[in-house]
Design a protein around this ligand. Structure first.
Ligand code: AMP
Ligand code: MG
Length: 486
């Protein structure tokens, strides 16, 4: 079998999903198969790379052992609650247990309509398929918990978005597709029995040690809170903006999920947002911590019936758990941002040094990734030019550099440089590069996609021959807006 499926979600009660088969596409062609990931998952790589594999990865053939389902979920989208979302253009084809012993979902995205599609066509344009492949694999290489890309297929069909555009199918791998919105689905229906079934399933998959806690459901909530506090700080360390942190797009596992209008900062600006539909900047760069906290509050509300039979006690437990979030997130941010300037420990005074740098970058319109990366070069060579030249007015940063240099006195230089170079990437999936790869892909040329994918596999290492991917966009190259592209 290409996939050794064992489908625990499909064995849950009927209320959790709708059975639905993928709808075939006309002329599927494999753009890329992730051989390394397939091997880690214990899949039959040779069969996946054959005509049979392409048929399965495009939804044209149902793999042996697959039980295709569309998962039910609700969600708060931009603050407003939608009780009925669900997989409208995605189908879970099954679960496998990888070589690491971890169970993972295999999901096709863009594989045709489901009972949750509402007015959507259940399809995906090729552009978002390529974007999700590039960015999720870059995030994995950067060390960020994330869903993964197993395959991308061009469907041979056109889909209608702004105009006609090629369609694609994406195969996503996730520790699970259970979202905050999945809990909200049952909470909104006051279906407390299935809410408990879901929580037990989530504990088995993501928080097995919670089973032994005094209050397992509270321990589950605390686990999700811890993972999100760390995850969002990790995003920010790298200048990542998710773009659509709706509660249906936040995973219980703590993996980054749903790469829609996401993008990385070029110039640092805390209020930066790319997503065209995020007019208010709800999901702007510096708002991601508070929004994660808001989303987790929605999760806690959904879990209340499981936390205690006495509602007042349940609320008190939830509040205590939620109140831990700001400090967890702040500590993670401090640890990560002080490491970016070569300092371990994340002390308050080093954090304020990092913050001063950030505001200088904001005023000086400096590139987030390049400033941090060149800081280690400046420390190594003693020459600040590579850093100061990134600021519109070098005076914005010269005073900071001398304060920083005195702070670095007495710290082992080699250790600091090594810390900075494993914390500050050289290569990120810059938005203009992704756009260029998509434009070419839409014309049938996947070379730019493959080349960008290649350089992003080693984001922290110098790569001779790939220097152009290091550079910030010129003003003409900047791609200021992203679209969900659904
Ligand atoms: P997203 O913004 O991608 O998280 O999607 C929000 C909701 O819209 C989910 O329920 C999706 O399944 C649904 N959706 C998005 N695009 C489509 C589409 N092309 N066809 C059907 N449903 C869609
Ligand atoms: Mg979504």
């Amino acid at each position: 079998m290409p996939f050794p499926f064992d489908n625990t979600y499909a064995r849950l009660p009927e209320a959790f999903f709708m059975a639905v088969d993928p709808t075939p596409v006309s002329a599927p062609k494999l753009i890329r198969l992730n051989h390394e990931l397939a091997a880690e998952l214990g899949l039959d790589v040779a069969r996946l790379d054959s005509a049979e594999g392409v048929a399965i990865l495009s939804g044209n053939q149902i793999a042996e052992g697959s039980v295709p389902i569309a998962m039910a979920y609700s969600g708060h989208q931009f603050g407003g609650f939608s009780p009925q979302l669900g997989d409208g253009r995605a189908i879970l084809i099954g679960e496998v247990v990888g070589r690491d012993g971890v169970r993972r979902d295999i999901q096709l995205k863009g594989s045709g309509p489901t009972p949750f599609s509402r007015r959507g066509d259940g399809r995906s344009a090729l552009g978002p398929v390529l974007r999700e492949y590039l960015v999720s694999e870059a995030m994995a290489a950067l060390g960020v918990p994330t869903t993964r890309a197993l395959a991308a297929v061009v469907s041979g069909d056109q889909v209608y978005r702004e105009g006609m555009t090629p369609g694609g199918v994406f195969t996503r791998v996730a520790q699970s597709h259970i979202r905050i919105g999945t809990f909200q689905w049952f909470a909104a229906r006051q279906d407390h029995d299935n809410l408990r079934v879901l929580a037990d399933h989530a504990i088995d998959r993501h928080d097995p040690e919670a089973r032994d806690a005094e209050n397992p459901y509270l321990a589950l909530l605390e686990g999700v809170i811890r993972r999100q506090a760390e995850l969002v700080a990790h995003w920010m360390q790298l200048g990542f903006i998710h773009g659509v942190m709706n509660t249906d797009n936040m995973s219980i596992s703590g993996e980054t999920i749903d790469y829609g209008p996401c993008a990385f900062l070029d110039i640092y600006h805390p209020a930066k947002k790319f997503s065209f539909i995020d007019q208010q900047g709800r999901y702007a760069f510096a708002n991601q911590g508070p929004i994660a906290h808001w989303n987790l509050t929605r999760l806690a509300e959904a879990l209340l019936p499981l936390l205690d039979d006495d509602q007042e006690k349940a609320v008190a437990l939830a509040e205590t758990a939620l109140d831990a979030f700001p400090a967890l997130h702040q500590n993670a941010l401090q640890r990560r941002f002080t490491a970016k300037i070569g300092l371990e420990g994340g002390s308050a005074s080093d954090w304020s040094l990092a913050e001063t740098l950030l505001s200088a970058m904001d005023r000086g319109e400096a590139d987030f990734t390049l400033v941090f990366r060149h800081l280690s070069d400046a420390l190594e060579t003693g020459n600040d030019e590579a850093v100061t030249s990134l600021f519109k007015q070098p005076e914005t940063i010269t005073a900071w550099l001398s304060v920083w240099r005195s702070r670095m006195q007495g710290i082992d230089k080699d250790d600091a440089i090594a810390l900075m170079r494993r914390t500050n990437p050289i290569f990120i999936p810059r938005n203009h590069r992704i756009e260029a790869a998509i434009q070419a892909g839409n014309q049938g040329n996947f070379e730019p996609f493959h080349r960008l994918h290649k350089v992003l596999q080693h984001p922290f290492s110098e790569q001779p021959g790939f220097a152009e991917y290091e550079a910030a966009p010129t003003p003409e190259e900047v791609v200021p807006a992203t679209f969900c592209g659904t």
